[in-house]
Ligand binder design. Sequence first.
Ligand code: ADP
Ligand code: MG
Length: 697
Amino acid sequence: MSIPQIYGSLVFNDKIMRDKLPKDIYKALRKTIDKNTHLELDVANAVAVAMKEWAIENGATHFTHWFQPMTGFTAEKHDSFINPVGDGDIIMEFSGKELVKGEPDASSFPSGGLRATFEARGYTAWDPTSPAFIKDGTLCIPTAFCSYSGEALDKKTPLLRSMEALDKEATKILSILGNNDVESVTTTVGPEQEYFLIDKEDYKKRRDLIFTGRTLLGAMPPKGQEMEDHYFGTLKPRVAAYMHDLDEELWKLGIPAKTKHNEVAPCQHELAPVFDTTNVAVDHNQLTMEIMKKVADKHNFVCLLHEKPFDGINGSGKHNNWSMTTNTGVNLLDPGKTPAENTQFLVFLVAIIKAVDDYADLLRLSVASAGNDHRLGANEAPPAIVSIFLGDELTAVLDSIENDTFFGKQQSVAMETGAKVLPHFMKDTTDRNRTSPFAFTGNKFEFRALGSSLSVSGPNVVLNTAVSEVLAQFSKELQNVAKEDMDKAVHELIKKTIIEHKRVIFNGNGYTDEWVAEAEKRGLYNYKSTPDVLPSFIEKKNVDLFVSHGIFTESEINSRYEILLENYSKTIHIEAKTLSDMLTHEFMPTLMKYLDQITDIAAKKKQVSDSISCKSELKLIDKLSAWYEKLDDLNDKLVADRKKAEAMEDSLDMAKFYQTEILADMAAIRTIADEAEEVIPEELMPYPSYTKMLFYV
Ligand code: ADP
Ligand code: MG
């Protein structure tokens, strides 16, 4: 197998378009892709013909508009290319209209009240900036999804809008700074994806994993991750075979999977692709998650993408590496050799610092979910407080600007390994920091608070929009400054921004209590849970931000707010029901069975002789009975509370009730059940234990 040959073989990419399309059509399409111009129907017709021919050559029989509704998953409805022409004959057809527009019934997708169910019509519209691809014999056309009246019902539409906003504002400020060569700016993203692999047979026996994606019960194994022996550890053959297949499938789809390794927890792994334009990276990440699951199935694994599949064991996240690139190929976050002298870099840097400080609530909101609540602030993921890590060199640069002192450039230091045979290389000027939610990593920022199952769209919408807003403010401040005064004005702007927003910079350990106290003193947000942070979506400052940049209308915001609240409550509702189900149908009967066995033994002993001691049996009988009773009571309470929650009218009150009451009920049950699990013989357990799931792969 030649990797260059299979790479992108299932993608209708630029090279194929150039080969297959008439020159003028290719040019017109490129213009649409590069300059966001409107696409004419005759161009669409010609592209459709070429696409269909290519797809059929590559084994496709169907096509689908592939989109990303608010469920967080992707959706597709397949139509075949066949068209009967009489006499029992068919031709294979695909028109420009079918390429450009689809009309799926929108009524079964979440809309948060945007679209009454009787107005079922929804539209999908081709996104020519993300290439079409073939998956399981179907030509998939990436599309945006909106309602009859044009409101966005998906995750792609606002993302594209936010990329356009950033393009506009970044290009504008660059031109004010005297950089007139730049015609457009795109944002780039490289998402690192964490996941767990467990055995399919084990998975099938756990209702909690099946219904909720995480274990709701389960005592800790004797060994967890404390030996730190899994991170970057040697891949087990079965896992290596899986990763090999996964890479191959991703490469065929033109997804540049690059890095793979074991993560900290047993059975936990990571995959990172090479970065791409944001909307392509978002599409690719959605596809990656899907393919991960599919390939796992072939290898008799199940791939878990939940943020916290195992309590007490490291959870899974996603790192959103983000930067901005000009059409001239310059990474705007590359500090160059002398960051202190690179004014353009500093303007963008302080714009991001201000954006993160002004909209830290929205960034926190963009990663909020029931699953991710188990990680953020739990000493394994970044804290829920959004702060920025800059590293020593950049912090020193900003300090010198703030204090009008001279910045002496740090010399790169040669790495001293003490062994002569090792090659010599230069040390980075700053160490890594693993606890910061938003870290500068050389020539990009890494937003690390994302949950592993989240679409990376939302966080990038917020990031792009917040940075657009600050750049727009900067432009306003600088646009009327005379050329000869520009240097001074820019310097003053950078200095003022540093002074006003340096509170969000924190280079220390984000896991400590001191930081929590310090952050509070600095006035930074610390939203601990999803219901805490969601209402900030509809605060005036944030509504104004989105509306003024054309990212969301007010009604789109309200609908998304409702969907988020609803998702949260529904998730915990299902968890609560699953837990009761496991208790009453599996765990408590198991306790009873064990109780019965012990009682039997005690009775038999007494039959042998009255004087035989049954001390241990009696002790165990006491314990098992007490646990059984407690679990019974706690489950009654959980069921009653669940009914209370269901009856609540206000969706925010409901979400808060699930967060405070129901989660506490569930935790109380778990404490008892996990204690009991430790004495139950393995062969009586109705489902595989943590030990079995995590250490037998
Ligand atoms: P680490 O594990 O050290 O955080 P990795 O090398 O695993 O880093 O991942 C870094 C990610 O950042 C990769 O996906 C890489 O392609 C991406 N990346 C690098 N440069 C940029 C950039 N300019 N814009 C966006 N992402 C980038
Ligand atoms: Mg990383």
